[in-house]
Design a protein around this ligand. Structure first.
Ligand code: ADP
Ligand code: TRP
Length: 320
């Protein structure tokens, strides 16, 4: 089985990225051949500062390696090291109906937030389809907001195979329903563009302060509270063992436990969860040559697969 996912280097990675995509993808590493890549071509649709893009690309590489990416099992690379993907995007765009792209929520949301409606932004899902199809991927672990893009990919692949013959494997999205939408400190979906996120590798003081600002209702300390309706608890349970979770649920329900106490417990559990990853990341920062070598060699392996698929697609269409 081939597992593939990508993430844009468009800012610091946060708990939504970690629980929605990184952790599920890293756990799937054991189930087959995994491809994980840094989607820097996609990031160009929203990042126009070249230095920032370069820096974020290295940061994402460090974050993934620190969080447990196993370079023996996973092909880890930069999207832009595989130029075949951009050629495949053109071939796929030939069979992509305009209506399919016009229905994409992500495009409509970005326009609503003020991103300029460029052709690149509109064609974003076709580039994503090329990413997925180039490596004949079976399973694509993503958060719920990317599900539609994987469905678009399936539609494009099915249409291409019907018109030109069997070239592409039809992929399936893999979405963990329990963490499909991680809430931010304001209760909306956690996202760097809402600035409601908690960074995986954030500064200790800032992380603590941001946790203390998580929105809750105004029930007094003595009152029993419903954990299911509390953003603090929703985040706490992501880190907790079963017994820690049950214990926390009881504290909420029994009363005499305030939201301030819950926030402190969330900070503690989050900070200790990421402690070994922070240690690993510090080591990697001092060994950037190694990180670059991982990406270079991943790019070589991924490229070899993408060339095969691109050649099949070209042949099927009569471009030999
Ligand atoms: P952002 O919204 O911060 O820009 P991205 O769109 O770059 O995040 O998302 C990268 C990956 O992380 C995707 O697979 C996405 O589904 C997942 N993801 C992002 N935010 C969340 C969230 N709040 N809950 C669950 N998954 C998320
Ligand atoms: N669009 C994805 C996101 O914003 C990133 C991405 C690009 C991706 N290509 C992909 C994810 C292929 C999975 C598979 O999160």
């Amino acid at each position: 089985m081939r597992i593939l996912s990508g993430i844009q280097p468009s800012g610091k990675l946060h708990l939504g990225n970690y629980f929605g995509m990184m952790k599920p993808a890293l756990e799937l590493q054991k189930e087959g051949t995994a491809f994980l890549f840094i989607a820097n071509y996609h990031a160009l649709t929203t990042v126009s500062d070249a230095e920032m893009l370069r820096k974020s690309t290295v940061d994402v590489a460090l974050d993934f390696l620190a969080c447990g990416l196993d370079t023996d099992r996973t092909i880890f690379f930069k999207q832009s090291d595989i130029p075949e993907v951009t050629e495949l995007t053109w071939l796929l765009s030939i069979v992509t109906p305009m209506g399919l792209l016009e229905r994409c929520h992500s495009y409509k949301d970005k326009i609503a937030k003020g991103v300029a409606p460029s052709h690149g932004l509109f064609a974003y899902p076709v580039l994503m389809a090329a990413d997925i199809l180039a490596y004949q991927s079976n399973l694509v672990p993503v958060g719920r907001d990317q599900k539609q893009h994987v469905e678009v990919t399936r539609d494009i692949a099915i249409k291409f195979n019907n018109e030109f013959g069997q070239v592409f494997t039809i992929p399936e999205p893999s979405i963990r329903e329990t963490v499909a939408v991680v809430p931010g400190v304001d209760g909306q979906k956690m996202s760097k563009s809402y600035n409601n996120h908690l960074e995986i590798f954030g500064d200790e003081k800032e992380t603590r302060a941001k946790i203390m600002r998580i929105v809750t209702d105004s029930k007094p300390l003595e009152s029993p509270k419903d954990p299911e309706k509390c953003n603090v608890f929703c985040l706490y349970r992501l880190f907790a063992s079963d017994s820690q979770r049950i214990d926390m649920e009881n504290r909420y329900r029994n009363g005499g436990f305030g939201y301030g106490d819950a926030k402190k417990a969330l900070f503690e559990i989050m900070w200790s969860y990421f402690e070994p990853f922070r240690k690993k990341r510090k080591e990697l920062v001092n060994n950037i040559d190694y990180v670059e070598e991982v990406l270079r060699s991943g790019g070589e392996k991924a490229g070899a697969e993408a060339v095969k698929t691109l050649n099949s697609a070209r042949r099927a269409m009569g471009i030999d």
